[in-house]
Design a protein around this ligand. Structure first.
Ligand SMILES: NC(=O)c1ccc[n+]([C@@H]2O[C@H](COP(=O)([O-])OP(=O)(O)OC[C@H]3O[C@@H](n4cnc5c(N)ncnc54)[C@H](O)[C@@H]3O)[C@@H](O)[C@H]2O)c1
Length: 253
């Protein structure tokens, strides 16, 4: 197993892409700390992993709060004594152009999507340094690489995640810490289902969304999770500071 016994934190693991990452890494042998602010979602992920014969426990935390991040890092270190892999995946979005974005929405999106990654790294990297290394995989987005209509704060936050990923990669390359990001395109998660359900005609909107995809379909959470597995394991030993795009060709044209 590629990740046998590796102690792994996955944030936003209570739903969608994070849940798939947690399950995929657990199936590869990792022991998972499921971090999410949703107790229901987090416990469901623990149940799914345990059912498939894996090991997981839940820590409720808001990744944008320093004290919560310190608490989840402490909980994992108290239990296992180390953190081998950190997947900063929790994220939120707001649909608005820059002029429409309220200051509250701007602050909240940046706090969860970018500050959450900063805090996760800030408190986990010292643990990794003590143990002689580790791996970080951040969930960015194609919205961090190209402009996506009506997503000003989200694009800014995800571009920030790409920059932070590269910065960490160069700062810690000689200390055996690798840091990479995945950049998913449109992935059929509960997030997308929520966005569609808010539209006047969700079925027609889903059809339009699918038609925008070069492959004629959206991605699946497990397709992102397998890219994260690659970046988390030794198959990618020479890869750091990279952004792996998983978008079915969306940004290629
Ligand atoms: N679905 C897509 O099309 C898509 C595309 C590109 C990138 N992404 C990114 O993938 C990640 C996961 O998205 P998803 O589609 O699975 O969304 P989702 O809404 O299905 O899941 C997000 C999870 O994060 C948790 N979460 C949100 N804010 C949190 C906080 N402050 N602290 C702790 N947990 C929090 C939620 O409770 C939820 O369980 C996000 O970073 C998102 O930006 C998604």
């Amino acid at each position: 197993m590629k990740l046998a016994g590796k102690i792994t934190v996955v944030t936003g693991a209570g739903s969608g892409i994070g849940q798939a990452i947690a399950q995929t890494l657990a199936a590869a042998g990792a022991r998972i700390a499921v971090v999410d602010f949703s107790e229901t979602g987090g416990q469901e992920t623990v149940r799914l992993i345990t059912e498939q014969g894996g090991e997981a426990f839940f820590v409720q935390a808001d990744v944008s709060h320093r004290s919560d991040v310190e608490r989840y890092v402490k909980a994992v270190v108290e239990r296992y004594g180390r953190i081998d892999i950190l997947c900063n995946n929790a994220g939120i979005g707001v649909a608005a152009t820059v002029t429409e974005t309220t200051e509250e929405d701007w602050d909240r999106v940046l706090a969860v999507d970018l500050k959450g990654v900063y805090l996760g790294c800030k408190y986990t990297i010292p643990v990794m340094l003590r143990q002689g290394g580790g791996v970080i995989v951040n969930t960015a987005s194609v919205a961090g690489m190209v402009g996506v209509l009506n997503r000003a704060a989200y694009c800014a936050a995800k571009a920030g995640v790409v920059g932070l990923t590269k910065s960490i990669a160069v700062d810690y390359v000689s200390q055996n810490i690798r840091c990479n990001a995945v950049c998913p395109g449109t992935v059929d998660s509960p997030w997308i289902q929520r966005i569609l359900s808010q539209q006047p005609d969700p079925v027609a909107e889903r059809q339009r969304m699918v038609e925008r995809q070069p492959m004629g379909r959206m991605g699946r959470p497990d397709e992102v999770a397998r890219a994260v597995l690659y970046l988390a394991c030794d198959d990618s030993a020479f890869v750091t500071g990279s952004t792996l795009v998983i978008d079915g060709g969306l940004t290629a044209r």
